[in-house]
Design a protein around this ligand. Structure first.
Ligand SMILES: *Cc1c(COP(=O)(O)O)cnc(C)c1O
Length: 387
């Protein structure tokens, strides 16, 4: 079977795929159909938190798969209840809605903010402020929330009710709250697709205070930054703020599709029965995998994320061809003299998988990548960047 030609013939042309198909893997090593091995510094875009076919995760998933794979959300399931409890107890939040992706988690957050605006604040057409250079998803509404024109082209008309502020610009944010009937600010704390750009801590504190002052909600998109990625369980914990709502997905399921919209005290009862739903949301198999992920993100693991981050930074920050490094924990962006896309292709040739974000090389390895593999991959990356 020729995977490449079948794919080219029958799969919609939405991805600029690289010329490799993976057959198997273990931990942070993937193997293609020719038997060539690759060290994975991308984890399927920050998804496989504990790598490929991790034993603990596989056990949790298979155990649930062999008992109940799906019931409708008209019934209770144990993994969903347990996961919601874990998420709330570890974050100081109150309730969770489960969907299947980051975009869906954000759709839920947007619905909560709109209903809060309409029914609590008494605003007729509530407006949500998002940031320029942000990424919130590909559905029409999360696409509208996304503050990057490249994603908007040809997909209008867009959902009304969004305005955009420049990141780290306090004055512009204040102006937008004065000119619009705003119910919420929604933002990533590290803009992932936007080039791994961390917001200024001072600005984030200011946004929290501004929201409180105006009775607006602060929605934090932790789809990429969440679940241990930044060295804290959620990125907002690095900033010393508490969101009213946070969303997460990607690394939560460890490789199975699950998204969560996590609600704080202020909004825990905004949604009522019938207001929102999802057929697959919180699927017991995905939720069982997610429970096993969240349970393992203890202090020791988070400390190892920080020390691996320091290792990567120490190796690359003064290396030939590196201009700067941004990001936090195991979510790093490397600005290079050489074109990032060329680096990605040359690394692939040499058996290392990296990602790009805008003009940067993006590294989001598994949180438990063994030091030996990390060292080998960073060595190769260094060579490629320097050439
Ligand atoms: C990936 C991502 C999304 C979209 O998630 P999907 O699961 O692809 O829908 C939303 N927000 C952020 C910050 C992301 O990185």
């Amino acid at each position: 079977m020729d995977i490449f030609s079948l794919d080219k013939e029958y799969i919609a042309n939405t991805y600029g795929r690289l010329n490799v198909a993976f057959k198997s893997g273990k931990g942070s090593v993937l193997t293609d159909f020719d038997g060539k091995e690759y060290i994975d510094l991308g984890s399927g875009i920050a998804v496989t938190s504990f790598g490929i076919a991790d034993d603990v995760w596989v056990d949790a998933v298979v155990k649930q798969l062999n008992s109940v794979q799906h019931v409708s959300n008209y019934y209770y399931t144990e993994p969903q209840a347990k996961l919601a409890q874990l998420l709330c107890e570890k974050t100081g939040m109150k309730k969770v809605f489960f969907g299947n992706s980051g975009a869906e988690a954000n759709e839920c957050a947007i619905k909560v903010a709109r209903k809060y605006g309409n029914s609590v604040m008494g605003i007729e057409a509530p407006v949500i402020i998002t940031l320029k250079n942000s990424f919130h998803g590909r559905t029409v509404t999360t696409l509208t929330a996304t503050g990057q024109d490249v994603f908007h082209k040809d997909f209008g008309p867009f959902t009304p009710g969004f305005v955009y502020a420049e990141a780290n610009n306090k004055d512009e944010l204040v102006k937008l709250t004065e000119e619009n009937t705003c119910c919420a600010v929604m933002m990533e704390l590290i803009q992932g697709e936007g080039g791994v750009m961390a917001l200024d801590p001072d600005y984030v504190k200011f946004v929290r205070e501004l929201c409180d002052k105006n009775n607006m909600l602060l929605l934090i998109d932790e789809v990429q930054t969440g679940n241990g990625r930044t060295g804290e369980l959620y990125a907002f914990m690095n900033y010393g703020i508490q969101p009213d709502v946070f969303t997460t997905a990607k690394g939560l399921g460890g490789g199975l599709p699950i998204g969560a919209c996590v609600l704080g005290e202020k909004v825990q009862d905004v949604l009522k029965a019938g207001d929102h739903g999802s057929t697959f949301g919180g699927n017991p198999v995905c939720a069982a995998g997610a429970v096993s992920i969240i349970e393992r993100l203890d202090n020791e693991l988070l400390e190892s994320v920080k020390s691996k981050s320091e290792y990567i930074i120490s190796q690359l920050q003064n290396a030939d061809g590196v201009e700067s490094i941004s990001g936090l924990g195991l979510m790093l962006g490397i600005k290079t003299k050489k074109d990032a896309k060329v680096i990605l292709k040359e690394c692939l040739e040499k058996g290392v998988l990296v990602l790009t974000a805008k003009d940067k090389v993006r590294l989001v390895p598994a949180l438990n990548i063994p030091m030996q593999e990390l060292k080998k991959a960073v060595e190769i990356l260094k060579e490629v960047i320097a050439e």
